[in-house]
Design a binder for this molecule. Structure first.
Ligand code: KG4
Ligand code: ZN
Length: 344
């Protein structure tokens, strides 16, 4: 079974084909292609939803053609069209969903709605070192920060989540304060390599709280205050130090809460997913802490950490293989801008 996956929940148009190899086997990625709108949104300092939708419309058909050509497939070889139903920007989601359902109808094939976070969560299965169930998932993206217990495909229990900003948002907002581009996560982490983590004292929100929740909104205020203290023209070193301190504060909390959740659940595998999972310092710190505790850590391949079509095609294929999905031949669809993962 060849599954075409369409991702359009935010500012990346992603298309991919995976091939299901049957129940109990990890599907194979045949091809994937991506267009990032980051350059377009950079001028506005963040994603402009209307522009995002319009750009998805421009990109989606050519990306499909590219992916099919790369995979050596004809349109008729597609057995299922999967698309992101949510969470995400309503208009952007509608582009992908509308296109996917229309394509499926034209081909006489079913369509399947996929949860964006389930896609992120399962993406490490496409890596060279795939995990095994059960595991703890640390989902860290631009919109979400969650700890999940994962017992199998579709068996997700939320253990803790952010009560305000997401980790990616904390990276992006702090980067903006430092005058770095959008998205700020990668830029901030690059600048951080030249700074000293302990040069600026920043809070570790909810670090010692007796739960698995996160809070990052206060950190952004602390970063703004520290930045103001540097005066009107901070030096390059001061900016790098503040970048390093910000990254350290976010990473400290993510590592500590992941370890706490592992201890509480007794799970011995950790899967890290979502855009912030690309962060080098987070990976170093988790690797180090988990190695000491004999916990295995799994990451998606770097290019599949941020939004992409492969994660959507993969989640659809794994749901079908697990007997969980009823591909929709009814041709009616909706999108779900807010959609808790535990409800899939
Ligand atoms: O998963 P994703 O592509 O989109 C959402 O579903 O939100 O995550 C995007 C987020 C952005 O906030 C971006 O700044 C962050 O992931 N990000 C990073 C890095 N690469 C992407 N944050 C820190 N370090 C990175 N290397
Ligand atoms: Zn995402």
């Amino acid at each position: 079974m060849n599954v075409l996956g369409i991702e359009s929940s935010c500012d990346e148009t992603g298309v991919a084909v995976v091939q299901s190899l049957g129940a109990g086997r990890v599907p194979r990625l045949l091809a994937h292609a991506l267009h990032s709108q980051a350059d377009m949104h950079e001028a506005f300092g963040g994603v402009v939803p209307e522009l995002a939708s319009r750009d998805h419309i421009r990109r989606i058909v050519p990306l499909c053609e590219t992916v099919l050509a790369q995979a050596g497939l004809a349109r008729q070889d597609i057995d299922l069209v999967a698309y992101t139903r949510g969470p995400g920007l309503a208009g952007a989601l509608l582009v992908g969903a509308g296109f996917a359902v229309a394509l499926a109808a034209a081909l006489g094939k079913p369509a399947l709605a996929v949860h964006h976070l389930e896609g992120h969560l399962l993406t490490p299965f496409l890596s060279a070192d795939p995990p095994e169930f059960p595991f703890l998932a640390l989902l860290v993206s631009g919109g979400h920060t969650q700890l999940m217990r994962v017992d199998g495909v579709g068996r997700y229990t939320l253990l803790g989540e952010t009560i305000d900003d997401a980790a990616g948002e904390a990276f992006d907002k702090s980067a903006k304060l430092l005058g770095l581009g959008y998205p700020g996560g990668p830029a901030l982490s690059r600048l951080a390599t030249q700074g000293a983590e302990d040069a600026v004292a920043l809070p570790r929100p909810l670090l010692h709280a007796d739960n698995l929740d996160f809070s990052f909104a206060g950190l952004k205020t602390a970063v703004a205050t520290a930045f103001r203290r540097f005066g009107p023209s901070p030096s390059g070193q001061q900016r790098a130090d503040l970048a390093a301190a910000t990254q350290a504060a976010i990473v400290d909390v993510l590592v500590a809460k992941s370890l706490k959740a592992l201890k509480q659940t007794g799970l011995t595998r950790l899967v890290v997913a979502g855009g912030v999972g690309a962060n080098r310092r987070l990976r170093e710190r988790l690797d180090e802490a988990c190695a000491r505790r004999r916990i295995r850590v799994h990451y998606p391949e770097l290019e599949l950490c941020t939004d992409n079509g492969a994660m959507i095609a993969l989640a659809a294929a794994m749901r079908v293989d697990a007997g969980l999905a009823a591909p929709d031949a009814a041709r009616s669809f909706d999108v779900a801008p807010r959609w808790p993962l535990a409800e899939v």
